[in-house]
Design a protein around this ligand. Structure first.
Ligand code: IMP
Ligand code: MG
Length: 174
């Protein structure tokens, strides 16, 4: 698979954009505390880098869902690690995802999180595959909008592999 890999965003390009996103978020929240709620597993790489560049009051939390098998979304969201009310109630939550595709994961999570009475909820995504939406959804913070490509690296996997690549690439079809 890696022989046909075309680099879409280099490590430098990713880090540069993530720094801008951290500044944008700080401008919105100023001195208020934010909870970066990372959607496992894919968003963990992005969340860590974003937090390290965030110069403000911040905590981290995790939720885990899955919907993909291979290159295809199954359409059904499975909640694998739930949230805890005490970490969410009354807080400014930023749901952090690696990529938004059909929009189902975010739709599910933004509804699910409301059960825990957060003070506010925003969404932050590194990549947005706008053309693939099945349910309408716009994230508050978007790193890059991309074409309908299956991408891997920097947290994004193909059957759990390739998350460890420091850049994001896609497989060229010949
Ligand atoms: P959605 O619910 O269809 O928006 O899908 C979101 C999830 O699908 C993401 O969190 C990823 O885990 C996965 N996903 C979507 N597109 C890709 C891709 O191009 N590469 C790897 N995973 C993807
Ligand atoms: Mg994901």
């Amino acid at each position: 698979m890696l022989e046909n890999l075309e680099i879409l965003f280099s490590e430098e390009k990713l880090q540069e954009r993530i720094k801008e996103m951290a500044l944008e978020i700080k401008r919105d929240y100023k001195d208020e505390e934010v909870i970066f709620c990372s959607v496992l597993k894919g968003a963990i790489f992005f969340t860590v880098d974003l937090m390290k560049k965030y110069d403000g009051d911040a905590k981290i939390d995790f939720v885990r869902v899955s919907s993909y098998e291979g290159e295809n979304s199954t359409g059904k969201i499975n909640l694998k690690i739930p949230l805890k009310k005490e970490n969410i109630e009354g807080k400014n939550i930023i749901l952090v995802e690696d990529i938004v595709d059909t929009g189902r994961t975010f739709k599910y999570l933004t509804e699910y999180i409301k059960e825990f009475n957060p003070k506010s909820v925003k969404t932050c995504v590194l990549l947005d595959k706008k053309a693939r939406r099945v349910v309408s959804f716009d994230a508050d913070y978007v790193g890059f909008t991309i074409d309908d490509l299956f991408v891997i690296g920097y947290g994004l996997d193909y059957d759990e592999k390739y998350r460890n690549l420091p850049y994001i690439g896609y497989v060229k079809s010949n």
